[in-house]
Design a protein around this ligand. Structure first.
Ligand code: DX5
Ligand code: ZN
Length: 219
């Protein structure tokens, strides 16, 4: 699965930019509050309006300080998957339950330096695991390959039947890095600058998907 990140889109032409990635599996929406991360982006009203103009499932990545209060509202606004950061969550089990009760999938994200092991039990309550492959906050950063150890560990847990999460990666994914991530066991690839910086974003989505499929050794 390929999830273009609209962080790298032209925000003044957002509906057109969403239409430009037709064929994408998910549309990744980066919500930043200038507290959990230094940057500030968009919030609930934009998610609500995006849900009206596209059939692509919205994948909301909440880089915010208080997901306990806000996460469920993104589910109610029409998000398909709502991912919160484990580093910011007060009661992550309750958040997951609230998200699922509101009809969304629940996602848990770990920053590059956050280990996976302490959260394996917690992940039983979640549908997706988002492994950050850059420090959250900005698009266009360089891929951190060390995080692939966490992807491999998650893949083993899923393939061994211990977890059922979809494994997603976010940051620095492009035609040079996607194959390594696919080989490590990623299911869903977020790509911002690689897609929106390309002359033909929809074609780039298809090309990234083909590269990942070829490198994954799985169907
Ligand atoms: C970074 C965001 C990413 C960002 C990825 O904090 O979470 O989703 O859009 O951008 P690229 O693909 O350019 O690294
Ligand atoms: Zn993101």
């Amino acid at each position: 699965m390929i999830a273009p990140s609209i962080l790298s889109a032209d925000f003044a032409r957002l509906a057109d930019e969403v239409a430009a990635v037709r064929g994408a599996d998910w549309l990744h929406v980066d919500v930043m509050d200038a507290h959990f991360v230094p940057n500030l982006t968009i919030g609930l009203p934009v998610v609500r309006d995006l849900a009206k103009v596209t059939d692509i499932p919205l994948d909301c990545h909440l880089m915010i300080d208080d997901p306990d209060t806000w996460a469920v509202r993104y589910a109610e606004a029409g998000a398909h998957n709502v991912t919160i950061h484990v580093e910011a969550a007060g009661d992550p089990v309750k958040i997951a339950k609230d998200l699922r009760a509101a009809g969304a999938k629940a996602g848990l994200s770990v920053k590059p330096n956050t280990p996976l092991e302490p959260y394996v039990e917690l992940l039983r309550h979640y549908d997706t695991l988002l492994v950050m492959s850059v420090e959250p906050g900005f698009g266009g950063q360089e891929f951190i390959p060390e995080v692939l150890d966490k992807v491999r560990a998650a893949r083993r847990l899923v393939d061994g039947g211990d977890l059922t999460v979809l494994v997603e990666i976010d940051g620095g994914i492009n035609e040079d890095t996607i194959e390594r991530a696919a080989a490590a066991g990623v299911d869903c690839f977020v790509a911002g600058s690689a897609v929106y910086g390309a002359a033909d974003p929809a074609k780039t989505v298809a090309e990234l998907r083909d590269r990942a499929a070829a490198a994954s050794g799985r169907n």
